[in-house]
Design a protein around this ligand. Sequence first.
Ligand code: CP
Length: 304
Amino acid sequence: MRNLIDIRDLSVKEIEELIAVADDIIENPEKYAEKCRHKKLATLFFEPSTRTRLSFEAAMYELGGNVLGFSEAQSSSAAKGESVADTVRTVSCYADIIAMRHPKEGAPLVASTASEVPIINAGDGGHNHPTQTLTDLLTIKRETGRLCNLTVGFCGDLKFGRTVHSLISALSRYTGIKIVLISPDELKLPGYIKEEALNANNIPYEQTTDLESVMPELDILYMTRVQRERFFNEEDYLRLKDSYILTPEKLKNAKQSLRILHPLPRVNEISREVDKDERACYFRQVRYGKYIRMALILMLLGVE
Ligand code: CP
């Protein structure tokens, strides 16, 4: 039985296969409409979500399957003190596959030890978000035609931004990747990711606080929200929240081929005016999230 807890649970070849299936689903959705008939996906969301939960649910419906679950811990027996392990062991009696989001780092890994069906990590605290990474990789591939030979800038909250951690981990396995880390000093990428992903794979990277100075070299700009819910005090959040606000003015020196991604939700870090720029692809990225999750469900359920 396969789980997806960390993006490194998938080989580069398997990621390519998922992208190929997602591409085929986009071209031929009718081929997939009955693939999961009589299968059930459970979405266990102990933390808020719009895109991840609803795209998983839409994905399962488009495969002909059904969905059950909860969207907040308070409406589950977790509110009465039930453990993650017991919750998942119970739900695995009702569902064929489980997508789970939890505020605690490592909770989906714990869940996978108790579950009788595949567990998908739909985001665990400030740690990982592997299905967002699959979404990001599909977006980059469709927008640029490649996953190699790219200079990728990550801007904003690189400390708590789980989507950043997983995407850097994934991109570090491709050739010709250069990473540019743009953040305030307080929100720098954690040292363990620099060691395990960047240094271990000899990926060149630079760190800066100045977005505009590095803008001309970027092929991809991955903007992120400052993660208010992970801060220990509100004062620090208020001081750092508007560190970067992308505007048309700041894109003046960017490549015409630049692609701007954001996992969303957006708060203030990209001005609405940028949405009109063809280089802004964060809403196309949202759409791709459903297709890659369809491909992932098929893979983990072993459906041909
Ligand atoms: N990108 C993402 O995880 O969005 P949600 O929090 O809305 O699921």
